[in-house]
Design a protein. Sequence first.
Length: 139
Amino acid sequence: MYSRIAYSLQLTAYSLFITALLLTLPAHAQNVTYNLISPLPGGTNSLSGENIFPQYARQLFAFALSAAAVLAFGMLVMGGIQYIASAGNESILKDAKDRIWNALIGLFLALAAWLILNTINPALVSNDILIPKINSPAP
């Protein structure tokens, strides 16, 4: 009984979220300038024009790839220090090797995501993403 109630609440919450998202779509079609309170590192302080979301998505994707590379490097360093400091303890040595492999796998997945998107359509990872304007009929 509890799972049905929880499922119903989740379905209602998702429906409300999607409805709210769809109701705000016309507001994003305007030619406005957004001044970001906290811009992404390497991004701009303001976004303007009709294609604001693609500009922000590009910045977010570049930031996510950079963060993945920095975190993978940090995990590699931490795994290397743990490996050196294990002093022959097999369990710590195994944890260090697992940490190093997991960091390499994560880095590979991030780079594979970029490679797949670049192979499918280079415009997906370039600065040329444009969403065409949809003209709605006047009421």
